[in-house]
Design a binder for this molecule. Structure first.
Ligand code: ATP
Length: 659
């Protein structure tokens, strides 16, 4: 047999397009060719099942990939169904190439922003991304079939002749072009196979052949190591002999040559997600998590998705443990199509907030050979995404209802995720509404209605919160002394989250613990005293403005119950939130001035009384500066300049005491 033909593809048009398309993932040819091999094996197994073919006893059907760094080739061999000359003509010469051409025609004008998900659909043709010359040797399972050799240079014309292949199946050989030699490197090839093929349904074996030079280097190193070991032993024996110790003849038998271990497939043909949840143990879930996500920490818990109808979807979503409250949370959702890896974090299919989790989703029904924008508008895809969201919400609310202890235990880790979900997804928000809890100053968890009820009497519809336990410790102490509760809201997500809560509950107001001093902290004052307070406030304001050379600072005099505190700084809630928002939108480089600070001076404290009584003294400036800095320090840090002045001044004050 000898057949030649033209594939009627204009390489000048097509190659630049393909190269552009696959610029970032040239490596997908591994996936396409290995999965073609798996398909061929699956088909043969089906024929065996329906009695049209009998797989010889003991024969393992598999795919073998060999990366040969010496000859710069990669071969993909399967012992599946095989193809005869007609089939190659039909599937490769016509369908494969026309398929690739259709694909390119359809997408050549699209920009990179609208990429095809995972580049599905290029199939066999993707081999030409990395190889100038590709050959196929195939023997069909059909009785009396003749083996065929097919080859093509550049992918534009082909030649078909007889092949010497004797085993049923197909071998595809890629003669890599110079730009693509990296793919026959053992480690690179293995890395790509791990990425795409780790869970394909047929065993895949990998073999690497080193270059002659590499092999010679390895042999040389082994020889050297052996010689050194022998030299060491001889020296040891000589030393013992010199010391008069009897030198025992080496009784140890030479280690018997170990039989070489049978090669192991690189993949797991039945991944955990494909099993029924009842058949999986906690240990298996954890092991899978560590292995797939390279996260040494234990996951908190997981959700096994297992759906057959109305669409087929399987997967496992893990809630990861977050290292510290400052960790940015970034998950990975790996998308598979029938155990073939497609890509990570496809936001068109997986709701954005779920991308903070780690997990795998396998959905064979997904239309993957379409562009991203098409996926986004696809009703079916929307259903999938809604289903996943619902499952996650059900699991969380279920846990809150029946295992409240667990829910509270996980809350610190999972709350940023839930809050992000509430902000991003209205349906999720609706479901989670009654299951948002808040940790209070005593470490107890309360719902919003619980907190409002607690505060009903003195602070109706107000929720006090802490964002930083260290910086706000002075206020926490005050709150605790007065028996007023507050909740911890320490994550970045909390700022937009409480804004949302306020929008949804217009009566409720969240105020940070340091934003104001409510009447609860002040002594009761008669009208007369109020008058004096007002006057004192005015005098102190004038005094501090002059001393600090700052007219803008708001100064207030109060009679606080806690007599041990001379002064406190408060920051207006609104001003602070506004500033935080600016920061979040990346406008932090701009100067927005200090947020509305108020220096509250405690008139029950002797120091404040002293300042008031000695307004004319020269030393009073120092007192004012020191009080102002102390109030600011209790609330965070000072600027470097202010800090050095503070230290110098503190030393001076101590020197005065020492006099
Ligand atoms: N290793 C193989 N063994 C048997 N048949 C094969 C093999 N590789 C390819 N084929 C045949 O060639 C056809 C075309 O392959 P190609 O990879 O281009 O597209 P596909 O696998 O059908 O689709 P896609 O890869 O886009 O999902 C296949 O459908 C199959 O019939």
């Amino acid at each position: 047999m000898n057949k030649e033909g033209s594939l009627s593809i204009n390489s000048e048009n097509i190659f630049p397009i393909i190269k552009k398309w696959l610029y970032s993932d040239h490596d997908i040819f591994f996936r396409e060719l290995v999965s073609n091999g798996c398909d061929a094996v699956t088909k043969l197994k089906k024929l065996d099942m329906i009695g049209e073919y009998t797989i010889p006893e003991g024969k393992e059907l598999c795919v073998k990939v060999t990366a040969d760094a010496e000859t710069k080739t990669i071969t993909f061999t399967d012992n599946g169904i095989g193809m005869d000359a007609n089939e190659i003509d039909q599937y490769i010469n016509q369908i494969a190439f026309s398929g690739a051409r259709d694909f390119l025609d359809k997408y050549k004008d699209k920009t990179n922003d609208d990429q095809i998900i995972g580049h599905f659909g290029l199939g066999f043709y993707s081999a030409f991304m990395v190889a100038d010359r590709v050959t196929i040797d195939s023997l069909s399972y059909k009785e009396g079939a003749k083996a065929v050799h097919w080859e093509s240079d550049e992918g534009t014309s082909f030649e078909m002749t007889d092949s010497a292949k004797t085993e049923i199946g197909t071998t595809i050989t890629l003669y890599l072009n110079e730009d693509s030699y990296e793919f026959c490197n053992e480690y690179r090839a293995k890395e790509i196979l791990d990425k795409y093929c780790s869970f394909m349904p047929i065993p895949i074996y990998f073999e690497a052949i080193k270059t002659a030079e590499e092999q010679a280097r390895i042999d040389e190193a082994e020889k050297k190591a052996k010689e050194e070991e022998e030299k060491r032993k001889a020296e040891e024996a000589a030393k013992k002999a010199a010391d008069g110790e009897a030198v025992e003849a080496e009784t140890e038998a030479e280690p018997t040559e170990k039989a070489p271990e049978a090669p192991k497939p690189i993949n797991e043909t039945t991944p955990l997600w494909a099993k029924h949840p009842n058949e999986c143990t906690d240990e298996e879930y954890k092991e899978f998590y560590h292995r797939v996500f390279h996260d040494y920490k234990e996951p908190l818990f997981w959700i096994h998705l297992n759906m057959d109808y109305p669409f087929n979807l399987k997967g496992i979503l893990y809630f990861p443990k977050i290292n510290t409250e400052y960790d940015s949370i970034e998950g990975t959702i790996k998308l598979y199509n029938n155990q073939v890896f497609v890509a990570d974090n496809i936001k068109e299919v997986i709701p954005e907030f779920l991308m903070l989790l780690k997990g795998v989703i396998d959905c064979p029904d997904l239309p993957l050979n379409v562009s991203r924008s098409a996926l986004q508008n696809d009703g079916f895809v929307k259903k999938i995404s809604d289903y996943i969201t619902k499952k996650v919400a059900d699991r969380l609310t279920g846990m809150c209802k029946t295992k409240r202890e667990d829910y509270e235990k996980f809350w610190d880790d999972i709350n940023p995720f839930i809050k992000f979900g509430v902000l991003k997804d209205e349906k999720f928000a609706e479901k989670m509404n009654d299951y948002i809890i808040f940790k209070d100053l005593n470490g107890k968890y309360l719902t919003l209605p619980d907190i409002l009820k607690e505060n009903e009497e003195k602070h109706k519809n107000q929720v006090f919160y802490v964002t930083d336990e260290k910086e706000q410790s002075q206020y926490i102490e005050m709150f605790k002394k007065e028996g007023i509760n507050a909740v911890l809201l320490k994550h970045n997500i909390d700022a937009p989250f409480i804004t949302r809560l306020e929008q949804k509950n217009p009566d409720v107001k969240f105020v940070r613990i340091d934003s104001d001093l409510t009447d609860s902290f002040k002594e009761e004052t008669s009208d007369e005293e109020k008058e004096t307070l007002k006057k004192d406030s005015e005098s102190l304001t004038a005094l501090f403005h002059k001393a600090l050379n700052n007219d803008k600072l708001t100064v207030k005099a109060e009679k606080l119950k806690d007599a041990s505190m001379a002064c406190v700084m408060t920051l207006s809630e609104e001003g602070r939130r506004m500033q935080e928002m600016m920061k979040m939108y990346g406008m932090s480089g701009m100067d927005f001035g200090t947020p509305d600070e108020t220096l509250v001076l405690n008139l029950t404290h002797p120091l404040v009384q002293y300042v008031l009584a000695h307004a004319e003294d020269e030393s009073v400036t120092k007192y004012c500066e020191q009080l102002y800095d102390l109030a600011a320090l209790a609330h965070g840090t000072l600027s470097p300049d202010r800090m050095s002045k503070f230290i110098t001044r503190s030393n001076e004050i101590m020197m005065e005491i020492a006099k």
